[in-house]
Design a protein around this ligand. Structure first.
Ligand SMILES: C[S@@+](CC[C@H](N)C(=O)[O-])C[C@H]1O[C@@H](n2cnc3c(N)ncnc32)[C@H](O)[C@@H]1O
Ligand SMILES: [Zn+2]
Length: 315
């Protein structure tokens, strides 16, 4: 673990290239519904006060948790996406707060959130252990966290590796995918796109006090051939059947972990206003907030709220 607060990690900056992520979903109804139906089940029994959707973008998945938590927050590094979608998101989900920030260095005080979610973002996170450490800081004891990740050892990758007799592939090391043009922002400068071994993610979560309560496979039928063969409704029906029977395997390309965090300190903070949950993302110092400007009392960094969205991005 890196204890140096000045560390910087590469970020997949969606603002650096013209890429409307919502367009990505127009031709992927099956995957979209597979994830949404899965999350509807996951959040059915959950409830709480503050909730964080890390890398939540334009709020594609907000419906699944919105009615369960009093104060849902969407955090994303792409300030552009948040600002462009602010009005649509707020009209559908008036209680949601939007904030531009880096998942590695989040601008929240300790023990704020009762729940959190990350979907289709971990592949952009080169240092998941450091991210989980930061996440643990802002979650309260017993918080519930849902982590989705691109699975390195899904069935097609395994068959491919066996055919090539590439036995090294089966290690728990993350697999850096070559840049795939326009595939979920992976054509950016750094081309950060990792597939992870489920055991590796489980281990890193455990190092930070998260216990995986349930593993759920998703998008079992993600294949151009099957998509030509079946319509979306048939695919979704088969998906649900496979989800119920095959989630114990690692065959699906995407995996969701439902986890629970156990912290040593059991203090639970109660905040009513969004601004009260905030601190300096760089040094975690207290902020002096006047109108649309926040100044860190410790390191003097200044952060602004523009076009309805606070910008707390640091690298
Ligand atoms: C593929 S999109 C997924 C969006 C959303 N979770 C969903 O499933 O619809 C990835 C998002 O992660 C954000 N992202 C990537 N790296 C990030 C980081 N270090 N901190 C915060 N957000 C990040 C991107 O800006 C982008 O909006
Ligand atoms: Zn500071």
């Amino acid at each position: 673990m890196n204890n140096n607060k000045q560390f910087t990690y590469n970020v997949s900056d969606y603002d650096q290239f013209s890429y409307d992520y919502s367009l990505y979903w127009q031709k992927r109804r099956y995957e979209d519904l597979a994830e949404k139906t899965l999350l509807d089940n996951v959040f059915e029994e959950k409830k709480g006060n503050w909730f964080l959707d890390v890398g939540g973008s334009y709020g594609r998945l907000t419906n699944s948790y919105y009615s369960k938590y009093q104060h849902p927050v969407i955090l994303d590094y792409s300030a552009k996406t948040l600002r462009q979608n602010w009005e649509i998101i707020k009209s559908k989900y008036p209680n949601v707060e939007l904030i531009a920030a880096n998942a590695y260095k989040m601008p929240f005080k300790e023990d704020v959130f009762d729940g959190a979610l990350m979907v289709r973002v971990l592949h952009h996170i080169e240092h998941p252990l450091e991210y989980f450490t930061e996440l643990k800081r802002i979650l309260g004891d017993n918080a519930e966290y849902v982590q989705e990740f691109a699975n390195k050892v899904h069935i097609k990758a395994v068959v491919r590796a066996l055919l090539k007799r590439n036995f090294k592939f089966f290690s728990q090391e993350p697999f850096a995918q070559p840049s795939i043009t326009m595939s979920e922002g992976s054509n950016n400068v750094e081309g950060i796109f990792y597939n992870f071994h489920p055991k590796h993610i489980n281990k890193l979560l455990a190092q930070n006090g998260f216990t995986v309560k349930k593993k759920i496979g998703c998008s079992f039928l993600r294949s151009p051939f099957l998509k030509k063969l079946f319509n979306d409704n048939t695919l979704l029906f088969l998906e649900k059947t496979m989800r119920a029977t095959l989630s114990w395997t690692n065959i699906s390309p995407s995996i969701f972990f439902e986890t629970k965090l156990k912290k040593e300190n059991e203090t639970k903070m109660q905040y009513e206003k969004f601004e009260d949950t905030l601190c300096c993302p760089q040094c975690k110092g207290e902020l002096e907030i006047v109108a649309d400007s926040a100044t860190c009392k410790k390191c003097n960094s200044v952060f602004k709220k523009e076009s309805n969205v606070w910008d707390f991005r640091v690298q």
